[in-house]
Structure formats: C-alpha cells, structure tokens
Design a protein around this ligand. Structure first.
Ligand code: GH3
Ligand code: MG
Ligand code: MG
Length: 390
C-alpha cells in the first residue's frame, strides 16, 4: 500500500517522460528521413535529363567509331576524329558540367585521357594520366552500365557520371562528365535547425528527468522513514493519517489488536521490558500475515495495533482464522524478558469484516474499536466481530 501510494505519481511521470523522449527520438529520425528524401528527390529531378543526354552522346560516339578495329589507336592517330568527338562531347558542357572527357585504360590498367572537351586552360593532353579515387571506375568494365560516383561535401554534391562506350560487347572507352549540384540550402538549413532543436530538448529532458528521479528517490526514502515506527518497525499513526482515505474499504477488513493489561507489564518489569514485548508482539502480527499481499500493520498508539487485511481470495472465515492464529501465537509465546526469565501475555482483538458498510474509514475503524471494547469486557484474550449494521 505504502509502496503504491508513494510511487504511483513518480511512475506516471517517469512513464510519460519516457514516452515523450521516444516521441522526440522518433521525430528526429523522421526529420533525418525527410532530409534524405529531399536530397534524393532533388538529385533525381536535376539529373534525370543529364544522364539521358550523356548516354545519347556516348551512343553517338560509339556510332562514329563503329567501323574501326581499335578505337583507341584510331583516335590517337586521327586529329580529325579527335576534333569530331571533342565537338560532340563539348555539347555536354554547361554551367554545372565543367568537364566532359573520354578515357581509356592502358595495358597497365592506368586510366588516360583520349579526348577532353574542357576549357583550353584546363584541358588535359592526349594520353595524360588520369588518377581515380574510387574502385567504382573499374566496376563499369564489369557491369558495362553507366556508373555514378558521388563525393558529398557540406553544401554541394560533386559527381562523376561515367558511361561506357562498347566495342564487341566489351568496354573500350569511358565518356565522363563531372558536375556539381548545390543542395537546397534553405530546406536543409531548416531541417538542420529542427534537428538541433530536438537534440537540445532531448538533452534538457534527460537532465531534468535524472534530477527529478534522483530527488524523488531521496524524498521517498525520507517519507518512508517518517511513516515507520522506530520501536516496532511497522507503520505508524502518521502513515494511517496520510493513507486512511486511500484504502478501498471494499477490499479490506479492519482489525484492532490491543495487548491485555499492558500497564501491569510496565509496572512490574519496567518500561524496557514493555518495549521488548511490544516489539515481539508486532513481529508475531507481521509474521502471521503477508505484507507483500497488500496487508498492512500499523502501530496505532501505545500497545494498540491496527491490521488492514486485504480480502483478495480471503473469505471472512479465513480472516478470522488469521486473527485466531495471532491470538493463539501470542498466548503461547514465551516472551523472554531476560536470558532466564520469560512471561506470557495475551491480546484482545476487535474486527470489522465489512468496512465498506461504513461511510468512511473513521466510522469503519470505530466499529472495529467497539468490537475490541467488547472483547475486553468479555474477559480479554478473545476476538469480537463488529455488528454489520451502520
Ligand atoms: P487493557 O487490557 O484494558 O488494554 O489494559 P492496558 O493496561 O493494556 O491498557 P492501558 O491503556 O490502561 O495501558 C496501556 C499502557 O501502555 C500504558 C502505557 O504505559 C503503556 N505504553 C504505551 N506506549 C508504550 C511504549 O511505547 N512503551 C512501553 N513500554 N509502554 C507503553
Ligand atoms: Mg491494553
Ligand atoms: Mg490500549
């Protein structure tokens, strides 16, 4: 009961924090996905025509070379052919496509320029070596399909698009265009800002959650100790005051247990012995019930205990059996008041088996207390059940 009351709120708050964090992580993931999608879409829109035109261009070059046995040698030897092909690939050069050229692979698998349509000041010589930065260049020779090589920078995409020119079904030359694409800056800026915002919120929530949980645990520790009776280690009257309205009266039977003639014990053996008896009696009561089963033992005052017995799967007969066991155990127990001397005590018990018939806890408790009074008047060391009517 104590556990449930103290932690219910915390649990709810922790659960909702966890859900909120999951939601934010999910949003972050979505934003990253959107960013990828925007980049991808933008890329496809801006390149679809470009790729087609380059492929057409390669097809034209292939047509020009069609009747030759060795494309490479033929081009190397024929200035006319070089110019013709250069004229052709020059058509690909635009503001965005700075370079368009034809490469071949020499016997040592090194790439070399054959024709270059770049601006005169940047133009490569024929047979000039071309350094590659990715194994994908070789892939074209296997797949015989166009290949795109991307180099991603912060705000631009630098790309090489390679189209193979075939002879007798094997790759002879490569038509290459180099181009760059500006990313859609504003969209990416907004997305980045949102990403940063969410990460910031996540961090703040994380920090606050940790502080909150830490403080709550500390607070609960303090609160719990304020609810425990130091002598007997069962709940004290503060606990009852704090929780009595939270008990669902339908679910509990209320029993009041009072030690008989306890004043005499104190008078005869002293207060310390009285304390020993109190501690041991509380232990007997606690051991008889199962606290983990929502049963609660409270030291209500002096030598008086209240038991809230949870009714789940217990009928009235069973509850009376529990109380009877307490009565008998106390009666038969040897309370050692010194290593050699022990005494016997008894308790009287009043029980209200149907507290839900009362309007509130106080009047339900009073019924049990009235029953206790009757038990005392009937010679003590017995159990009395309160009458049902309100
Ligand atoms: P009855 O059978 O009618 O209940 O008689 P009783 O003597 O048990 O009842 P009474 O109310 O007359 O006396 C209760 C005694 O409990 C009085 C008080 O000295 C003692 N008491 C209360 N709290 C403590 C405590 O913390 N330690 C000790 N040792 N005695 C306590
Ligand atoms: Mg008493
Ligand atoms: Mg009393």
């Amino acid at each position: 009961m104590l556990k449930i009351n103290l932690f219910r709120n915390t649990k709810q708050k922790i659960t909702s924090s966890i859900f909120f964090v999951i939601f934010l992580i999910f949003s972050l993931y979505q934003i990253i996905q959107v960013e990828k999608k925007v980049t991808q879409d933008m890329f496809e829109i801006s390149t679809v025509d470009l790729f087609q035109i380059t492929q057409n261009n390669a097809a034209i070059i292939q047509k020009i070379l069609e009747n030759n046995d060795n494309y490479i040698q033929k081009i190397q030897k024929s200035l006319h052919l070089q110019n013709k092909i250069e004229e052709n690939i020059k058509l690909l050069i635009t503001n965005n496509i700075k370079y368009a050229y034809i490469l071949y692979k020499d016997k040592k698998d090194k790439f070399r320029f054959l024709v270059d349509a770049s601006a005169p000041n940047e133009k490569a010589f024929i047979n000039q070596k071309f350094d590659i930065d990715s194994p994908l260049w070789f892939k074209v020779y296997k797949t015989k399909k166009p290949q795109l090589i991307k180099h991603e920078y912060l705000k631009t995409l630098s790309l090489s698009y390679i189209v193979p020119i075939l002879k007798d079904d094997s790759v002879e030359l490569l038509l290459v265009i180099d181009f760059s694409l500006k990313k859609v800056e504003t969209i990416n800026d907004i997305i980045n800002l949102m990403k940063k915002g969410i990460i910031f919120i996540l961090l703040i929530i994380l920090i606050f959650s940790v502080i909150f949980i830490y403080q709550k645990i500390n607070y609960n520790k303090v609160k719990k100790s304020a609810f425990i009776d130091t002598l007997t280690n069962v709940y004290n009257r503060n606990y009852l005051q704090e929780n009595q309205d939270n008990f669902n009266l339908k679910e509990y039977a209320i029993a009041v247990i009072d030690i008989d003639h306890f004043k005499n014990v104190n008078d005869m053996y002293g207060h310390n012995v009285g304390d020993i008896i109190l501690r041991e009696t509380a232990k007997i009561i606690s051991n008889t019930i199962r606290i983990d089963n929502n049963d609660v033992v409270i030291r209500y005052g002096g030598e008086e205990f209240i038991m809230m017995i949870h009714k789940s799967q217990k009928n009235q007969e069973f509850i009376l059996k529990i109380l009877n066991r307490i009565l008998k155990t106390v009666e038969e127990n040897q309370f050692f008041i010194s290593p050699t001397k022990c005494i016997n005590i008894t308790v009287s018990i009043g029980v209200n088996l149907e507290p839900n018939k009362a309007q509130n806890f106080t009047s339900a408790f009073k019924k049990a207390d009235d029953a206790l009074y009757k038990a005392k008047n009937s010679g003590r060391n017995n159990i009395k059940v309160s009458l049902i009517q309100e």
